[in-house]
Each structure stands twice: as structure tokens, then as C-alpha cells.
Design a binder for this molecule. Structure first.
Ligand SMILES: *[C@@H]1O[C@H](CO)[C@@H](O)[C@H](O)[C@H]1NC(C)=O
Ligand SMILES: *[C@@H]1O[C@H](CO)[C@@H](O)[C@H](O)[C@H]1NC(C)=O
Ligand SMILES: *[C@@H]1O[C@H](CO)[C@@H](O)[C@H](O)[C@H]1NC(C)=O
Ligand SMILES: *[C@@H]1O[C@H](CO)[C@@H](O)[C@H](O)[C@H]1NC(C)=O
Ligand SMILES: *[C@@H]1O[C@H](CO)[C@@H](O)[C@H](O)[C@H]1NC(C)=O
Ligand SMILES: *[C@@H]1O[C@H](CO)[C@@H](O)[C@H](O)[C@H]1NC(C)=O
Ligand SMILES: *[C@@H]1O[C@H](CO)[C@@H](O)[C@H](O)[C@H]1NC(C)=O
Ligand SMILES: *[C@@H]1O[C@H](CO)[C@@H](O)[C@H](O)[C@H]1NC(C)=O
Ligand SMILES: *[C@@H]1O[C@H](CO)[C@@H](O)[C@H](O)[C@H]1NC(C)=O
Ligand SMILES: *[C@@H]1O[C@H](CO)[C@@H](O)[C@H](O)[C@H]1NC(C)=O
Length: 207
């Protein structure tokens, strides 16, 4: 009896607390690049897995860096290697596929984009540092400015950093669940874009 209860206790302690956090790609029929990734901002802990689910359309997920949102990580800095799923046709929802990204630590921000919509803001990030000026708003603006229709081939325009973070007060945004008690396979709610309310006056500076 005593041995059995020890076993039960040991088993309970060993149950993985890792969460599988799903990000839908192309699930929203609204023709709005900011809806390509749902959610756009993800909070994940070491041991968690972010599961990108190519739900509809044909999209390509690529890792990048804050200052070059629409350029593959390796193309921007040859010493770095990022993920690139290649185009994933979901055939009108009939053949969704997934790309699983294991998270090894929660202090490194992972920026990513969707290749065909990046120029309109089809971007997102994992574990964005709330204290940093490198916000999702800034990343999105960089994508639109560097690759959008108004993009200049000259590199003379200064890069955008996160004015939104300092002017909107990120401390009032909803906090992620910090519970690690979910069973294996549980899906933790991911953060939705936090500081989306960029004052238009600031945005206008970058147009
Ligand atoms: C799709 O995006 C629109 C905004 O573009 C939003 O209002 C709607 O709730 C989204 N649909 C789903 C299922 O999330
Ligand atoms: C796309 O959706 C975002 C978030 O809901 C919204 O702020 C933006 O105005 C939309 N853009 C267009 C072109 O509808
Ligand atoms: C991906 O999303 C589709 C549509 O919502 C769903 O049917 C499917 O089960 C999801 N795949 C996984 C592995 O969760
Ligand atoms: C964005 O612009 C850069 C620089 O012109 C280019 O190398 C890159 O291929 C573009 N990205 C996309 C997704 O079009
Ligand atoms: C490329 O990445 C490495 C490793 O993070 C870094 O040390 C180096 O400064 C980067 N180079 C450029 C040009 O950004
Ligand atoms: C795509 O799927 C939707 C929903 O299942 C359906 O209404 C529509 O007819 C399909 N379109 C094509 C081109 O198969
Ligand atoms: C896939 O996207 C197309 C185009 O937006 C839409 O017509 C169709 O209904 C979507 N299919 C599903 C299964 O959501
Ligand atoms: C990383 O996780 C620790 C707790 O494990 C938390 O205090 C910290 O805020 C997290 N950082 C990010 C960027 O999520
Ligand atoms: C991404 O999109 C650009 C511009 O449409 C295209 O030239 C490129 O081949 C696509 N794929 C990758 C991996 O950049
Ligand atoms: C987050 O950003 C702040 C401000 O730049 C910095 O002091 C801190 O070290 C960053 N945290 C991580 C985990 O990188």
C-alpha cells in the first residue's frame, strides 16, 4: 500500500507541465494581414511548444529579426539560422498542417512573419519583452515601412522602435496565465496583442 502511494506521488510529480500553444494561420477570412496569425503575440515558457496551424490558404512562416521583419533571419545575419516552413497549402481547409516550435527559454524574443502578407503587417512574436522598446507595434510598422507599397529602396529612414510601449503604458495589459499546472497537451491561452493602441500622431511620424 505504502509503495503504491509513493508510486502515485512520483507519477503525479513527473507529469509534464508543458503546454501546447496553438497559433492559427489563415483561419480568419477577413482580408486583414494583422489577422493572419491568431494570436499575433504569444507568451510561452521553457518546455512549452508553440504549434502553428496552417488552417486555410497557402502561407509560409519564416523567422526574422526586429530590424528586418520581412527578411529570413539567416539572410539578414549569416551567423544566425531561423525556421522557414516553406509554403503550406491548406487546400481550402481540407488539409491543415502544423509546424511545432519547442520553446527552450522564455527570455529570448522570437520574431516571425508570413511571407506573402509581411508587407501589410502579417507578423508576430513570441515572448516579447514588455520592458523593451522592441514592441509588436514597432515590428509591424517596420514591416509595413520597409516592405510595404510606400517602401523606399533607400535605407535612410530610421528604424522604428516601440513608441507605443512608453506612451500607452504596458503595465495595464492583460497578464498571461503563469500557471504551469496544466496537463500535457493543455492549451494555455496566449496573449493577444497588448499595446495595439498606438497614438495616431506617433504613427503619422512614420508615414
Ligand atoms: C476575424 O477578424 C476580424 C477583424 O478583422 C474580427 O472582428 C473577427 O472576430 C475575427 N474572427 C475570428 C473568428 O477570430
Ligand atoms: C486590421 O485589423 C486591425 C486589428 O483589428 C485593425 O486595427 C486594422 O484597422 C485593420 N485594418 C484594415 C485595413 O481593416
Ligand atoms: C488545426 O486547425 C484546424 C481548424 O481549426 C483543426 O481542425 C485542427 O484540428 C487543428 N490541428 C491541430 C493539430 O490542432
Ligand atoms: C522585404 O524587403 C527586403 C529588402 O528589399 C527584401 O530583401 C525581402 O525579400 C522583402 N520581403 C518580402 C517578404 O517581400
Ligand atoms: C549577427 O548575430 C550575432 C549573434 O547574435 C551578433 O553577434 C552579430 O553582431 C550580428 N551581426 C550583425 C551584423 O548584426
Ligand atoms: C471552401 O470551403 C468553404 C467552407 O467549407 C466552402 O463554402 C467553399 O465552397 C469552399 N471553396 C472552394 C473553392 O472549394
Ligand atoms: C478559406 O478561405 C477562403 C478565402 O478566404 C474562404 O472562401 C473559405 O471559406 C475558407 N475555408 C474555410 C474552410 O474556412
Ligand atoms: C519568464 O518566466 C518567468 C517565470 O518563470 C517570469 O517571471 C518572466 O516574466 C517570464 N518572462 C517573459 C518574457 O515572459
Ligand atoms: C517570399 O516572397 C517574396 C516576395 O514575394 C518572394 O520573392 C520569395 O521567393 C518568397 N519566399 C521566400 C522564402 O522569401
Ligand atoms: C527586457 O528589456 C529591458 C529594457 O531594455 C532589459 O533591461 C531587460 O534585460 C530585458 N529582458 C530580457 C529578458 O531580455
Amino acid at each position: 500500500m505504502r509503495a503504491a502511494s509513493f508510486l502515485v506521488a512520483a507519477f503525479a510529480a513527473s507529469v509534464a507541465s508543458a503546454a501546447r500553444i496553438q497559433v492559427l494561420i489563415g483561419a480568419n477570412k477577413t482580408a486583414n494581414a494583422s489577422m493572419i496569425f491568431m494570436p499575433q503575440e504569444i507568451r510561452a515558457f521553457a518546455g512549452d511548444t508553440v504549434v502553428f496551424n496552417f488552417t486555410n490558404g497557402t502561407y509560409e512562416l519564416i523567422q526574422s529579426e526586429f530590424d528586418a521583419p520581412c527578411v529570413p533571419l539567416h539572410d539578414h545575419n549569416v551567423t544566425l539560422n531561423g525556421f522557414d516552413t516553406g509554403p503550406r497549402p491548406a487546400n481550402n481547409g481540407s488539409s491543415p498542417t502544423t509546424f511545432e516550435l519547442p520553446i527552450t527559454d522564455n527570455t529570448t524574443t522570437i520574431w516571425f512573419y508570413e511571407n506573402s502578407t509581411c508587407a501589410e503587417g502579417g507578423v508576430g512574436g513570441i515572448n516579447i519583452n514588455d520592458s523593451s522598446t522592441e514592441t509588436l507595434d514597432g515590428f509591424t510598422r517596420n514591416a509595413i515601412r520597409l516592405n510595404g507599397t510606400g517602401a523606399s529602396s533607400s535605407a535612410s529612414i530610421p528604424l522604428s522602435t516601440g513608441f507605443g510601449a512608453s506612451s500607452t503604458g504596458s503595465s495595464s495589459t492583460s497578464a498571461p496565465s503563469t500557471s504551469q499546472s496544466g496537463t500535457s497537451g493543455a492549451t494555455r491561452n496566449a496573449l493577444t496583442g497588448a499595446a495595439l493602441a498606438l497614438p495616431m500622431a506617433v504613427a503619422a511620424l512614420f508615414l
